[in-house]
Design a protein around this ligand. Structure first.
Ligand SMILES: Cc1ncc(COP(=O)(O)O)c(C=O)c1O
Length: 392
């Protein structure tokens, strides 16, 4: 029986969707939470398909697929998944790959949010963790127990730019059937591709260099199809869903990643060189400097050294805080990887997620300042640092 003429409330919803024979160069934004199926059979099929772009946005969305595939291609991975933040990517991945009774080995020096996950949250679910000095390859091997399932790696690490020998640690893990998960946020796939060195999974805070403009929060994990399928099954429970518009914004950033990272590398390199001999600075942590403790490892696995460096001030915490406050071009802001230069005092920032003892254990000195170089003219950034360091 034909249905009755549509009433306004129905007609307003069931108008024709805009269609166009044009082929837009910029991807449309699929700002939709759900998708219509043509039949019950199709519905049943897409409901269980990994990261399908045409069922329900928590399961997948065309903007997600576009971004995940782009990052997977750059990292040399089979496939990937996107999340609402970097920590959404990490937490979902760890929950997918570790269960109560399992053990994880992680670096003592890594992003505070990741440290807090393994030290404070996972133990509540029966997953224990041993922290190791990342530069000591044998420490990774010594920490393994029969219950070890995961190695969590971050190189260069936040905020001290320490380096992990990716190949050596991946080889140890592979011999013991342990999955390796590397945070490649600082390096980006332009400077380093951990999968080429034997790592199983790479994750990113896409909030940083991939997005590149401080306007979106996002996370990505890429790797083998079987591992990604497992993570996807957990991700539909965890629900750290990336908004389609944010996926689109990150994708726009990815298109200029190579160009931006080249500039970030060159700028940080010049700033590191400059500060290296500055009288107010007792140490510069940047893997591109020949006197960095793991420079040779970094040079073997990276093609550029990234846009972040950290410095230690002779004047300790007071000098660090005052210098940051005097900076005019570097914003005092908790992020990195953007077009704007940003500076933070990690000992203060880390306290949001770690205790004083945990901050000290991560090797974070009171006089440490992290500098994330942006896209400004390097001469202006050096002038800004010089004026801010005066009297420090
Ligand atoms: C190295 C690194 N990894 C991961 C994260 C977490 O990313 P998000 O803030 O997108 O959750 C951060 C955040 O600062 C980071 O610096």
């Amino acid at each position: 029986m034909p249905i009755a003429p549509r009433r306004p409330a129905t007609a307003a919803i069931h108008t024709r969707r805009a269609e166009s024979a044009a082929r837009p160069i910029s991807s449309p934004i699929f700002q939709t939470s759900t998708f219509a199926s043509a039949s019950s059979e199709d519905f049943a099929r897409v409901a269980v398909e990994v990261a399908t772009p045409d069922f329900y946005t928590r399961h997948g969305n065309p903007n997600h697929v576009e971004l995940a595939e782009a990052v997977a291609t750059l990292e040399g991975a089979e496939t990937g998944l996107v999340f609402a933040s970097g920590l959404g990517a990490l937490t979902t991945t760890v929950l997918a790959l570790a269960s109560g009774g399992d053990h994880v080995v992680a670096q003592r020096s890594m992003y505070g949010g990741a440290l807090s996950l393994v030290q404070n949250l996972l133990p509540r679910f029966g997953v224990t963790c041993t922290l190791v000095d990342q530069a000591d390859t044998s420490a990774w091997e010594d920490a393994i127990t029969p219950a070890t399932r995961l190695f969590l790696i971050e190189s260069p690490s936040n905020p001290r730019l320490e380096i992990t020998d990716l190949r050596a640690v991946a080889d140890i893990a592979r011999r013991r059937e342990i999955t390796t998960l590397a945070d490649n946020t600082f390096a980006t796939p332009i400077n380093q591709r951990p999968l080429d060195h034997g790592i199983d999974l790479v994750w990113h805070s896409a909030t940083k260099y991939l997005a590149g403009h401080s306007d979106a929060s996002a996370g990505v994990v890429v790797g083998r199809e079987d591992l990604i399928a497992k993570i996807w099954s957990t991700s539909i429970n965890v629900g750290a869903v990336l908004g389609p518009f944010d996926a689109w914004l990150v994708m726009r950033g990815v298109r200029t990643l190579d160009l931006r990272v080249g500039r970030h590398n060159a700028t940080a390199d010049s700033v590191a060189e400059h500060l290296h001999t500055h009288p107010a600075v007792s140490a510069v942590h940047y893997p591109g400097l020949p006197d960095h403790a793991s420079h040779h490892v970094a040079a073997a696995q990276m093609s550029g050294f990234g846009g972040v460096l950290s410095i230690e001030l002779r004047g300790g915490i007071d000098a660090a805080v005052q210098t940051i406050e005097r900076l005019e071009l570097f914003h005092l802001s908790a992020s990195l990887g953007s077009v704007e230069s940003l500076a933070v005092h990690p000992p203060s920032m880390w306290k949001a997620v770690l205790s004083d003892e945990e901050v000290a254990e991560a090797g974070i000195q009171p006089g440490l300042v992290r500098l994330a170089c942006g896209q400004e003219d390097v001469r202006d950034l050096i002038d800004d640092l010089d004026q801010a360091l005066q009297g420090a």
